[in-house]
Design a protein around this ligand. Structure first.
Ligand SMILES: Nc1ncnc2c1ncn2[C@@H]1O[C@H](COP(=O)(O)OP(=O)(O)OP(=O)(O)O)[C@@H](O)[C@H]1O
Length: 255
């Protein structure tokens, strides 16, 4: 039986005269790593932004883990079960690595603001549990020893790992990574690949935008290719790689 985590159909988005997405749809099964690729300006980030409520689509329907899902405010999206990272890292630069992950975890807490202000026993116990879980996540992504370092002092590669830890902290059904390998050196890319593989093995589902074709082809179970907002191919990486339209789209834009 199929276990679809994300089902998106008919997503269109126009910016003035520019059709950034036309009738895009994807299905992602639980435990898959699903790649979204395409030349610069193809619409990949726009799709992520629609999916995570930053842009309102002109049309489109969404289902998350079998339930209708309406992308809305960012924290609602996280609550619904989608966590994302950004192409341009968005961390709280002056907070520690641990605190950054704790922020992600807070959306799953019960005490809420009143508990935090009154520092009730329930709040304190919950806070300790969040700190413990956050440290575990830092260890999991391989930067546990930097827990007390300010985010901005971490290397680029480690900041990307921290973003992933923060995303995982929300216990997402789907984790959406926007160019996680951007700016990484070869060694960091190998480590990132191992981390993403591990996340998949732990039964998480991943949607990935990535420019590094080698990384995408090695990691993804399925791939969708966008070009000028249109879906020009969908399938196994090995199939997509041979697709004439895909080859032309990439060559045509100098990739
Ligand atoms: N807020 C916006 N207002 C107007 N145009 C936009 C906006 N966001 C994106 N676009 C345009 O939509 C098109 C798709 O952009 P998008 O960033 O989604 O592409 P992309 O595939 O993510 O590209 P890249 O690989 O360069 O990140 C581009 O032509 C872009 O200029």
């Amino acid at each position: 039986m199929s276990d679809t985590i994300l089902k998106v159909s008919g997503v269109s988005k126009r910016f003035g005269g520019l059709q950034a997405l036309s009738d895009v749809g994807i299905h992602i099964e639980r435990g898959q790593v699903y790649g979204l690729i395409g030349p610069n300006g193809a619409g990949k980030t726009t799709f992520f932004n629609v999916l995570t409520g930053l842009y309102t689509p002109d049309s489109g329907s969404f289902e998350l883990a079998g339930k209708p899902y309406k992308p809305s405010a960012v924290h609602e999206v996280a609550k619904a079960g989608i966590a994302r990272t950004f192409q341009n890292i968005r961390l709280f630069a002056d907070m520690t690595a641990l605190e950054n992950v704790m922020v992600g975890r807070h959306i799953r807490t019960k005490s809420g603001l009143i508990g935090a202000v009154l520092r009730t026993p329930g709040f304190k116990a919950e806070e300790a549990a969040i700190a413990k879980r956050s440290q575990e996540l830092l260890d999991y992504v391989g930067i546990g020893k930097y827990a007390d370092f300010k985010a901005r002092t971490l290397s680029y590669g480690d900041q990307r790992r921290l973003e992933i830890a923060r995303a995982l902290a929300t216990d997402p059904q789907l984790i959406a990574l926007d160019e996680p390998a951007a700016g990484m050196n070869a060694t960091e890319k190998v480590q990132l690949r191992e981390l993403i593989d591990q996340i998949r093995k732990d039964n998480r589902t991943i949607l990935l935008i990535e420019h590094d074709v080698k990384l995408v082809m090695g990691l993804c179970d399925r791939v969708t290719v966008l070009d000028y907002g249109k879906q020009i191919a969908e399938g196994l990486p090995s199939e997509v790689q041979k697709n004439e339209k895909v080859i032309t789209a990439y060559l045509g834009t100098g990739h």
